[in-house]
Design a protein around this ligand. Structure first.
Ligand code: UT7
Length: 318
């Protein structure tokens, strides 16, 4: 039996910081409301010359360097993004060209929104486990600042820009233990980004029923954790880290409580970065690996949840 394992990680955040005080000048909101309801204090915003491709390239390059690999080693590039550089070709193909490599599989995943990175990770894991490919680069890269309505206080305060990447490769020892991917299109109207090709510009703004989504997230993630632990016959007390999608600190705290994990065993980046959609998990993972909090041998659970609705988890021994 072959397994996949994380060989290296990387991330990138734009330099520009937009604080809650800055947002108070744009819409009718307060730092107090944003911090209390979401945990977010500031977020990063891409400059006009940055996009999902430029950020993916830097994060991907950093993951390759951390793994000690070259772009020519890659058998697959997956870019999870709801804000790709172009509708087509995929940001993954554009990245392949920037890397100067030819022939490996390269595609984007946009349908699963904030769960996109977990979906990409699950797909790459299957290809590596079967021996079909050796190395896969899985990236989440988002410029959420370009799809929020900056006059809508209920959404514009929540999101941020950035990219995170994971380099997956083969392992003889068990490392990625299981991946769990799910969706329920019945909830398509809770979080969506309309595309109206009869209009210019045709991409509209992100729409969200926040309180409904909040309740769904808590219920669905609760079930997802049970499923993940049961599938691996492990107890929650064995977990070392939870790396959750960064949507709301209250959701993250509820999930930590469910798993009996203290908050210092949970990666939290949303205070400084907001919700970076499919980039949030690999950015948080990379940060905690690089600063030494997450160590080899520890048991990690990652979870993603977003538009679709789509959600998923990964259990792995790092
Ligand atoms: O990444 C994908 C997954 N995303 C999620 O899971 C997000 C889940 N949802 C949430 O995180 C929360 O629902 C929000 C943070 C989006 C909203 O928090 P809430 O506690 O559910 O607030 P609410 O939407 O129920 O709104 C409460 C009040 C409303 O006023 P009224 O109707 O009670 O007078 C809103 O108009 O807060 C008002 N409000 C604001 N006030 C100040 C909404 N946005 C703001 C704002 N500043 N930015």
């Amino acid at each position: 039996m072959k397994y996949s394992k994380i060989m290296g990680t990387g991330s990138y955040l734009p330099e520009k910081v937009l604080t809650n005080a800055d947002i108070e000048k744009i819409v009718d909101t307060t730092d107090e409301w944003i911090v209390e309801r979401t945990g977010i204090r500031e977020r990063r915003v891409a400059s006009p010359d940055e996009n999902a491709l430029t950020m993916a390239e830097i994060a991907g390059q950093r993951a390759l360097e951390a793994a000690g690999l070259e772009p020519s080693d890659l058998g697959m590039i997956i870019v999870a993004s709801t804000t790709p550089a172009m509708v087509f070709p995929s940001t993954a193909c554009l990245l392949q060209a920037r890397f100067g490599i030819h022939g490996c599989a390269a595609f984007d995943l946009n349908a699963s929104a904030c769960a996109g990175f977990i979906y990409g990770f699950g797909i790459a894991d299957q290809f590596i486990k079967t021996g079909a490919i050796k190395y896969a680069l899985v990236i989440g890269s988002e410029v959420m600042s370009r799809i929020v309505d900056w006059s809508d206080r209920s959404t514009c305060v929540l999101f941020g820009d950035g990219a995170g990447a994971v380099l997956l490769g083969p392992s003889e020892e068990p490392s990625v233990l299981s991946t769990h991917l799910h969706a329920d299109g019945a909830y398509h109207d809770v979080l969506y980004l309309p595309l109206n090709l009869t209009k210019t510009p045709s991409v509209e703004s992100l729409m969200m029923n926040g309180s409904r989504l909040f309740k769904l997230a808590v219920t669905i993630l609760d079930r997802l954790f049970d499923e993940t632990l049961l599938a691996n016959q492990i107890e929650k007390s064995e977990l070392d880290w939870l790396i959750p999608h960064q949507a709301n600190i209250r959701i993250i705290q509820a999930m930590a409580k469910k798993l009996d994990l203290s908050m210092d065993r949970v990666t939290v980046t949303l205070d400084k970065q907001g919700n970076t959609s499919s980039a949030s998990i690999p950015i948080a993972l990379d940060g905690a690996i690089r600063d030494g909090r997450i160590k080899r041998g520890q048991l990690l659970m990652m979870e993603g949840f977003g538009g679709g609705l789509a959600w998923g988890s990964v259990l792995l021994r790092y």
